[in-house]
Design a protein around this ligand. Structure first.
Ligand code: ADP
Length: 378
């Protein structure tokens, strides 16, 4: 673009308005690091008025160690032409007027006009970082809760499977001991002691299994009043990170009046994440891949619906859907839905599935809505 017939003042004014319109902070400096232009966004981001920083060294916007090292960086570049930062975006730490330090992404370009000018474009990424951290935290907690939940289910099944043979072994050993007592042979007492030892080992094994099951089952739950829409939104993000979602269209229909419920946030997220992942799995082979996540206020309840246009649930599977270890997947464990159901029921809610039309499945989580307007936890 050429500034037709415009004098220098016009093109400067034009340049300034472009710079001020940029959604990123724009700062230009000369070879000595002195600030020449400090855009409107830069003023908002750093808290300095332009007049406060014009002519000042740009290092006022940097915390240590860059604050002390920046002059050296610039000198080295000007002497050697070797650039570490020119032409590519890189993460940096910046400092506001009030001393707050924040993460940013900096992109520098260089212009050689009458003098050498460096233009920095700065994006404040503190919000993204905070969201990432919150998501990472939640994911960690979720994995932990998921592992504990899965272990609890497995422990219950193992305990159930092992208790029977252990009880049988204990009574068989008891019977052997009685039979031996009636007989007389050398070493009888030793044999009886050995059998008693075997019985106490069997009892110990049963005790260990019982303890493990009880320990894993009794995870402390932390119920608090939470916004259902917020939990659903966070769960979607978590569920869709790293999932095979190629071609899946995600639509959400969150009811502004869905309100809050007394729930264990991590557990409810575990349920929704599992339902979303199942929905995505069910659409692997179908051409139309539509995932709809909705919330709705329904009388005394709040509903969360996860609908897909996948394979649908087979008649055979419908009978066992919520049973532990029921799976149709090659690498499935079949415990997700059974844990989800027990979590929802522990919240005095319901979890059920229906056919979607014309194809696919809908899973519904129904939870008692909170009646009082108490303030929700963040
Ligand atoms: P897993 O995913 O390990 O198999 P789940 O308990 O979560 O364990 O699911 C059990 C089974 O229920 C799945 O293997 C699948 O057959 C069926 N299922 C779950 N969700 C859906 C769905 N959205 N569409 C069709 N079938 C489903």
């Amino acid at each position: 673009m050429t500034a037709k017939g415009g004098d220098k003042m016009d093109s400067e004014r034009f340049l300034r308005s472009v710079i001020n319109a940029s959604p990123n902070a724009v700062i230009t400096i000369n070879e000595s690091g002195e600030i020449l232009i400090f855009s409107r966004m830069a003023q908002a981001m750093f808290g300095f008025a332009e007049s406060e920083v014009l002519g000042k060294n740009v290092r006022v916007l940097m915390p240590e160690p860059d604050h002390s090292l920046h002059d050296g960086y610039m000198r080295r570049y000007i002497e050697t032409g070797k650039a570490n930062v020119i032409g590519r975006a890189r993460p940096v730490t910046a400092r506001r007027k009030n001393g707050d330090v924040f993460p940013a992404v900096l992109h520098i370009s260089e212009f050689d006009e009458e003098e050498r000018i460096f233009v920095g474009f700065i994006e404040d990424v503190s919000r993204q970082k905070a969201t990432e951290r919150r998501l990472e935290d939640t994911q960690l907690q979720l994995q932990h809760a998921g592992r504990i939940g899965a272990m609890g289910e497995i422990a219950t099944s193992i305990a159930h499977e092992l208790n029977q043979p252990l009880t049988a072994a204990a009574s068989l050993a008891g019977a052997a001991s009685l039979t031996l007592k009636k007989a007389s042979f050398d070493g009888k007492d030793d044999a009886l002691t050995l059998i008693d030892d075997a019985v106490s080992e069997i009892r110990r094994a049963s005790g260990v299994i019982r303890q493990m099951r009880d320990f894993l089952r009794n995870r402390e739950t932390e119920r608090a009043l939470h916004s259902i829409n917020r939990i659903v939104e966070e769960s979607c993000l978590i569920a869709l990170i790293g999932a095979e979602t190629d071609g899946v269209m995600v639509a959400s229909a969150l009811d502004d009046h869905a309100g809050s419920a007394m729930v264990d946030r991590i557990q409810l997220q575990q349920v929704i994440v599992n339902l979303i992942r199942n929905a995505v799995d069910a659409m692997q082979e179908t051409r139309n891949k539509q995932l709809t996540i909705a919330t709705a206020s329904a009388g005394d309840f709040v509903e969360i619906r996860i609908a897909d246009t996948g394979s649908g649930i087979t008649d055979e599977m419908k009978k066992r859907l919520f049973e532990p270890f029921a799976t149709t997947k090659e690498d499935g464990m079949g415990i997700g839905l059974s844990i989800s159901k027990s979590i929802v029921e522990a919240h005095k809610g319901e979890l059920f599935a229906m056919d979607n039309h014309p194809a696919g499945a809908v899973f519904v989580v129904k939870l008692p809505a909170s009646k009082d307007g108490a303030k929700e936890d963040a």
